[in-house]
Design a protein around this ligand. Sequence first.
Ligand SMILES: *Cc1c(COP(=O)(O)O)cnc(C)c1O
Length: 434
Amino acid sequence: MYWAKEETRMENYHINTICVQGGYEPKNGEPRVLPIVQSTTYKYESSKQMGDLFDLKESGYFYTRLANPTNDAVADKICKLEGGVAAILTSSGQAANFYAIFNIADAGDHVIASSAIYGGTYNLIANTMKNMGIEATFVDPDISEEELESKFKPNTKLVFGEVISNPSLQILDIEKFAKAAHKHGVPLIVDNTFPTPVFCRPFTWGADIVTHSTTKYMNGTANAVGGAIVDSGNFDWTKYSEKFPGLTSPDETYHGTVYSKSFGKAAYIVKMTTNLMRDLGSIPSPQNAFYLGVGLETLHLRMERHYENALALARHLKEHPKVSWVSFPGLENDSQYALAKKYLPKGSCGVISFGIAGGREAAVQFMDSLTLAAIVTHVADTRTCVLHPASTTHRQMNDEELMAAGVSPDLIRMSVGIEDIRDIIADVDQALEK
Ligand SMILES: *Cc1c(COP(=O)(O)O)cnc(C)c1O
């Protein structure tokens, strides 16, 4: 867990500088590179010191499940990139979204989620969380303000969406969703995995909490699964204390702590640490956090190249006679272009989706003919790769659910890497010929 108790000089720098130097500021004689603290425990001279840590009277390390210096330095970097006040790393993006929701929704509660979200997150909300007693209403991201408002119930605790949905590439109208959420006294949580803070900072548009699968662009090299949650500190839990008793009334499992009182703007992340990390324990290894930190140092450069390459390929595919449709928010006639211009003016991501004339079978043959681009269940790393969601990531959905998530059976998702664009286009062209 990282929590901004005081301002550091880093906050005043631009995002590119925070990518490189944020989160770890060594003092005189300390290692220049963030050390991997591969230790589960920390030594103390007196049991009183240790007791004060347990009581949260002092900040410090005592057990890596709750906090580790390597993990916290990387959480700090991500917190600053998003412009938040507190952040935590998790062992995966799935854990991040689960924690973000479960931290403020219990059995008997209700959540509203955009239907255009990652298949794993859909499954988490529609099935696993339902089994835990949390009901969900899924809404089309294009829903009108009035209709969206009609979905709220007295027990609604949050609204959830993805800034750019994986894999359907729909862009969330963050302001519309934030407005409705706030009108009903609940926070908006958005998954910012695809744009990353390099292209979108959702807090500036009214989102309250941001989640990430750091497995994707943030790590960028596909060497470690991970997740992150960042709190803007902007949502006032005490104003709606009857809705969020976990944050505003004494936690008997933690010495009667009232998180909103003791930790102010960091209440949400502190409770997540003391309750969910303590009981469920989805922490990343310090080694994986280190890899993530290294990846983040080049995030700004990689995102620019991913977007530039994807835009060039999307324009090329658009003119290709064997391609039936192309979806990429950067294309001027794309259905998402207006939203992209507003929320993602500098770029969106490196993922494009398209359909091939000849449908499902042609799609499979095309993928098998690629030589540079590999077929993998992954997106958003340096290497160009392809996936057919209907037969892999989204296979648990029936056709109706697929269409609601914006995934047609012939959809090919191509994650454009940072190789030379001429080689990427040549590979795609020879595969289309086959
Ligand atoms: C991949 C992904 C997830 C899940 O993250 P994992 O790190 O694979 O657990 C969640 N949301 C989005 C948008 C994703 O792309």
